[in-house]
Design a binder for this molecule. Structure first.
Ligand SMILES: Nc1ncnc2c1ncn2[C@@H]1O[C@H](COP(=O)(O)OP(=O)(O)O)[C@@H](O)[C@H]1O
Ligand SMILES: [Mg+2]
Length: 209
C-alpha cells in the first residue's frame, strides 16, 4: 500500500493512502523519545481511541466528520475517509476571495456544527480553522482532528474555552474575518439551550474585543 506524506505535525504524520478500495487518510502518531515508553504508549493509545470515538459520535449525531475505517493500535494509526475539500483556514487566507454571503453561510455552518457538538457534551480541544474542512462535493462542513477531545458532562467553562481557542485563531490568523467569528457565535448561541450562557462569557474570553 503506497503512502504519501501530506503533513508532518507535532504529534502525528498525515498520509494519503488507500484502504480497501477507497482513498484514505492515515494518521500515524509517532513515539516521543523523551517520554517513558510505557507512558508514551498509554497516552498515544488514549488519544487514538478518543479521536476515533469522537469521529464516530459526530457522525452518529449528524455532524459531518471523516468516516473511521480502521484503528491500528499497534502501529498508532487511524485510517479514515479522505475528505476532498479545503480547510476554512485556506478559504480565509489572504488573497482568497470570499463574498459577504459566503462568509455568512460559512459562519452559520460552523456555529450550528459547534452547537450540536457541545450539546452532545463533546469538547474538541483544538478548534482551529485548519481543523474545519469544507467538502468539495456538497459544501458540507466537516470537523477533524479530535486527538485532544473528550466526551463528558462538561461544564459551560470547557465549552467557552473550546470557542476561545477558535477566537485566538481568528485574532492571530484571520484579522479580516472577525465578523465571521461574531456571526458564528450568534448562530451558536441561538442553536442550543445553553448556547447563550456560553457566548455570554464575553468579559472573560474577549470575543475579539
Ligand atoms: N480526513 C481528512 N481528509 C482530508 N484532509 C485531512 C483529513 N485529515 C487531515 N487532513 C489534512 O491534514 C491536516 C492535518 O491533520 P490533523 O488531523 O489536523 O493533524 P494535526 O494534529 O497534525 O493538526 C489537516 O489540517 C488537513 O489539511
Ligand atoms: Mg489539525
Amino acid at each position: 500500500m503506497s503512502k504519501n506524506l501530506v503533513k508532518q505535525g507535532a504529534e502525528a504524520r498525515i498520509y494519503t493512502t488507500s484502504f480497501l478500495t477507497r482513498t484514505a487518510i492515515a494518521k500515524e502518531r509517532f513515539k516521543k523519545a523523551y517520554r517513558h515508553p510505557t507512558l508514551d504508549k498509554k497516552l498515544t493509545d488514549r488519544r487514538l481511541v478518543q479521536e476515533a470515538r469522537c469521529l464516530v459520535k459526530c457522525r452518529s449525531i449528524g455532524i459531518d466528520a471523516p468516516a473511521v475505517y480502521f484503528v491500528d493500535l499497534e502501529n498508532r494509526t487511524i485510517y479514515m475517509e479522505y475528505i476532498e475539500g479545503k480547510t476554512v483556514n485556506d478559504l480565509l487566507a489572504d488573497g482568497s476571495k470570499i463574498t459577504a454571503e459566503e462568509s455568512d453561510e460559512l459562519a452559520r455552518k460552523i456555529g450550528e456544527a459547534l452547537a450540536k457538538m457541545h450539546a452532545a457534551e463533546m469538547i474538541h480541544g483544538d478548534l482551529t480553522t485548519s481543523n474545519l474542512l469544507i467538502r468539495d462535493a456538497n459544501n458540507s462542513l466537516a470537523i477533524i482532528d479530535f486527538g485532544l477531545s473528550f466526551i463528558t458532562t462538561c461544564s459551560i467553562e470547557d465549552k467557552a474555552v473550546d470557542l476561545y481557542v477558535l477566537e485566538r485563531t481568528f485574532l492571530s490568523t484571520h484579522p479580516h474575518a472577525h465578523h465571521l467569528f461574531l456571526t458564528m457565535l450568534k448562530v451558536y448561541g441561538e442553536s442550543y439551550d445553553s448556547g447563550n450562557s456560553i457566548t455570554g462569557k464575553e468579559k472573560k474570553y474577549g470575543w475579539l474585543g
